[in-house]
Design a protein around this ligand. Sequence first.
Ligand code: ADP
Ligand code: MG
Length: 157
Amino acid sequence: GAMRHLPYFCRGEVVKGFGRGSKELGIPTANFSEQVVESFPSDIPTGIYYGWACVGNGEVHKMVLSIGWNPFYKNIKKSVETHIIHTFKEDFYGEILSIVMTGYIRPEKNFDSLDALISAIQEDIEEAKRQLDLPEHLKLKEDNFFHLPEGKRVNSH
Ligand code: ADP
Ligand code: MG
């Protein structure tokens, strides 16, 4: 299952998604490029994960992340999208997003209505917030992965 791949560390550029209107739902998701998605283990289960995320060399925040089938590519490629549990002043397309996935919540599901989808995501966010306060997950917030060596720092806005 998912657990044997965790914790999973990844760093890559935030690209434009395919406009499923995540932001309109109040749940923007920062998409990784196709190249970064291809670097994920091919057998990593689709579904909802949680963990920690940081934009550029900014603060480390809680996040929920979905690995799903990408409708833009007729569902033959995966997409990886991170919703950071933080309110940003501006969009951060083109910036480097660093993430660590530390836990798995559930597989992908189809929902009967938009309301059902939104409430499921709200529950995922609450579950992520609770789990990430546990020592086992909290410790990864401080991981060296988020503290880039001076020479390799990327500028954040
Ligand atoms: P797209 O289809 O381009 O991914 P979204 O509606 O999913 O569009 O919005 C994603 C963009 O919103 C991100 O790339 C990022 O620049 C911005 N954004 C602002 N706040 C957040 C947040 N808390 N988590 C993720 N992305 C955010
Ligand atoms: Mg998105």
